[in-house]
Unconditional design. Sequence first.
Length: 106
Amino acid sequence: MTIANVAQEAGPGLPQGVRTAQEAIHLPEVQEMLRRLSEYGLGICMPHMHDGQTGEFQRLADEVMQVESGLAVSFRPVAEVAGQADRFFPVQWLWRAGASAALGRV
């Protein structure tokens, strides 16, 4: 996927969850959350992945985690990565099933 493809997809062609996230970042309450998070060196991310054939944005499935290893990003089953906690440490989190859950690891 090229930057041009992403820019072209940034509108109505995005899945609803991605569009919602893109629109929400401009809400005053989200901007306030971002300001508060920045006091701790944290930010906001939009959990997503891309279709292997088309490169289109997709919602990151609950059972999938983004993993960075050797400067390459991959998407692996949460259960597989959770069993390797000594190898990967969390760098992204989200609220899932009533608790904080790791979303991305390096």
